[in-house]
Design a protein around this ligand. Structure first.
Ligand SMILES: [Zn+2]
Length: 323
């Protein structure tokens, strides 16, 4: 049975210099971060902000529910998000991918946490580039079994494997398509999934290696997670994804509302990640090819097209979309 989980957010004070490439504005960040139909409650806001190197902290379970699972999110490289998860009971800390070792070290040092696990979603450099630098004594590196070289990998994972972390478990979901062996880490008790570059907020990863059948099958697995599951993807692409989504499904009222929320949040320099499965189902065109006649028409799908064919056409439209 899955425990009822309450998610809370706290804000940490911004650090040192503004990094322009992060995409985060350096303006004051005084308003609460509220998801579109969010389960989140903001615990606090920073008192001042003249910088943009920020991090956001989420706790699943809440203090009074005994929740001990904390997610820290921070910008890395140009538009990646780095994630650390921490189990307060056991003291274990895991990195979800390693776009930039320096950013991870900074966030670990800030909290006095010691890294124990690295959980890699796929082989791309902006996901494994910090592995070897962060793999000090006592750090175990987990990664996909069938995705090519994962630097320093100790344990290879496939669909339905389970990774023990602190007092909870992550289920491995095969979400190949962006790369052939891409995996996601799903924590059912925390209603949280780290999905790398498979599913983005209002988008999905480019289909570099997999087939449309494989990718569509992967996205259906994520779509079938409970509606209130938080999806942590690896990039802040939502605003540009929203333009494409509006171009193929302009009549979707839920999408229109969500786009307004996204614009407002980005204008305040806030992340649009995580999002929730329920919201993605209503608004993400890559999850809606079998649901929306408007999308099928706008990507030129015919009645004989399979759902995977329609997904392939949506993906191709997006690849050629100039916005
Ligand atoms: Zn990638």
């Amino acid at each position: 049975m899955v425990a009822i989980v309450r998610h809370t957010i706290s804000f940490t004070a911004p650090l040192l210099a503004c990094r322009r490439a992060s995409g985060f504005r350096s303006s004051s960040f005084a308003s609460a971060f509220l998801c579109f139909r969010s389960p989140h409650t903001a615990l606090s806001t920073p008192t001042s902000s003249t910088t943009c190197r920020r991090s956001w902290s989420y706790r699943a379970g809440g203090d009074d529910a005994g929740g001990s699972f904390e997610v820290v999110q921070f910008p890395c490289l140009a538009d990646n998000y780095g994630y650390l998860i921490h189990d307060q009971t056991t003291g274990e800390t895991a990195a979800i991918d390693t776009p930039c070792a320096a950013s991870y070290r900074r966030e670990l040092d800030k909290r006095g946490w010691k890294l124990t696990l690295i959980l890699n979603t796929h082989k791309h450099h902006d996901h494994v580039g910090g592995n070897l630098e962060l793999k000090t004594e006592g750090v175990t590196v987990y990664g996909p079994a069938c995705d090519g070289n994962i630097p320093g990998m100790d344990v290879s994972l496939k669909e339905e494997d389970v990774v023990r972390f602190g007092n909870t478990n992550a289920k491995v979901i095969d979400v190949g398509g962006h790369t052939i062996g891409h995996i996601a880490f799903y924590f059912p008790a925390e209603k949280t999934a780290f999905v790398g570059d498979s599913l983005f907020s209002l988008g999905c990863g480019r289909m570099f290696e997999g087939s449309k059948q494989q990718f569509w099958s992967s996205l259906q697995k994520l779509r079938n997670l409970p509606d209130d599951t938080l999806l942590y993807c690896a990039h802040e692409y939502t605003e540009s994804n929203a333009k494409f989504a509006m171009s193929v499904e302009p009549g979707n009222v839920d999408l229109m509302k969500r786009v307004e929320t996204i614009k407002a949040r980005r204008a305040r320099g806030e992340p649009t990640v995580p999002s929730m499965v329920g919201d993605e189902k209503l608004t993400n065109p890559f999850l809606r090819g079998d649901l929306s006649a408007e999308i099928r028409k706008n990507v030129g799908a015919s009645v004989s097209d399979s759902n995977a064919d329609v997904f392939g056409k949506i993906r191709r439209e997006k690849d050629n979309f100039s916005g």
